[in-house]
Design a binder for this molecule. Structure first.
Ligand code: HMG
Ligand code: MG
Length: 303
């Protein structure tokens, strides 16, 4: 069995995690979270979304958060790539003003989910993304693409993996350097995850595919493990397992970063992240949110 020697972790707690919290936390608490992740060695952090504040009030402070990001101590070695969600040109323009160098567009393999999440069909989402991606790339930015509902939809149920691969291929062909495969409601199981990943890998190089698995049914680590065997080497995760999706009822957080790093450490796969430091960050954000952590590794190791 072959595994990658290192894995890129994309930390999404500050966006995916916090967008689903009822309490709106302060800009300074968000910055402490982001800076804590950075100090723990995380190199890719999705910090917010430039989305409609009417749809996601939790991220209405996107500009303030980005304005205060710490990039002062950036050297080639310590460079951290900050990214943000942008659903349309208005979002991209705000990201450019905020000096964000990587943005992410998001669509789904389910028509109904797309309507609920971004108020348009899959085809309409691509029509929106075309000028956005052109402008972003023309401005020297990187663009990531998300496909939601890759292993099931809260409204449509089963999703055919060929549809996922087709949507992923369109994003990639349009200029997304990385396509993140979202099990939005965490319903997938290992063989389904592998089948879906393998079909996408027929269209896109494996190092340009990311696993974005929510952990609603406790399957995320098992699903990640099978996809690692198929060549996956990019994993989205959220410290303390915070997160969800406001338009996917019942979805819990992303797989916890602590659980992922613990598993990869045990397998001898490099992430560059210090588990001890990460656990402190997870504990801190759980305290701010006023609830216990969803990470078993954090709960086992926090003293
Ligand atoms: P709409 O209502 O169709 O947009 O929403 P519109 O163009 O008709 O504009 C309506 C109003 O929104 C206008 O304001 C616009 O200015 C404003 P008004 O005139 O009424 O005062 N507006 C904006 N404001 C700020 N930033 C913007 C923006 N665009 C328009 N970028 C829209 C369409 C896409 C904007 C809306 O549906 C939206 O913001 N949706 C975001 C939903 C979201 O953030 N969902 C969660 C993230 S996706 C996710 O979690 C899944 C993922 O994690 C992967 C996975 O797990 O599967 C990525
Ligand atoms: Mg998500």
């Amino acid at each position: 069995m072959s595994y990658p020697t290192s894995v890129k972790i994309v930390e999404v707690s500050a966006r995916d995690g916090l967008q689903n919290e009822k309490e709106i936390i302060s800009v300074s608490d968000k910055l402490n979270l982001i800076n804590g992740l950075r100090q723990a060695g995380v190199k890719h952090i999705e910090v917010t979304g430039f989305v409609s504040p009417k749809w996601v009030p939790q991220l209405a402070d996107a500009k303030e958060v980005c304005a205060a990001l710490n990039t002062n101590d950036d050297t080639a070695d310590s460079h951290v790539q900050y990214s943000a969600l942008t659903p349309n040109l208005k979002g991209l323009d705000a990201a450019i003003e905020s000096n964000i160098k990587e943005v992410a567009v998001f669509t789904a393999a389910s028509e109904t989910f797309n309507q609920k999440n971004i108020n348009c069909s899959i085809d309409e989402s691509f029509a929106r993304f075309e000028p956005l991606i052109d402008k972003a790339i023309g401005s020297g930015m990187k663009v990531r693409g998300y496909v939601s509902c890759v292993l099931g939809c809260p409204y449509e149920g089963d999703i055919h993996p060929a549809v996922v691969a087709q949507v992923a291929k369109r994003l990639h062909a349009m200029g997304c350097y990385e396509v993140s495969l979202g099990d939005t409601i965490g319903v997938g199981t290992p063989l389904a995850a592998k089948k879906m990943f393998d079909l996408c890998a027929e269209q896109i190089p494996t190092d340009q595919l990311a696993l974005h698995f929510h952990d609603t049914y406790g399957q995320a680590l098992a699903n990640i493990h099978t996809c690692l065997q198929s060549g996956a080497s990019v994993i989205d995760s959220s410290v303390a397992g915070i997160g969800g999706c406001p338009y996917a009822k019942g979805a819990t957080g992303n797989v916890s970063t602590e659980n992922v790093v613990y598993m990869l450490n045990g397998m001898g796969i490099e992430t560059g992240i210090d588990l001890g430091d990460l656990i402190k960050v997870g504990q801190q954000i759980s305290t701010i949110l006023g609830r216990s952590s969803h990470s078993q590794v954090l709960n086992a190791l926090y003293v």
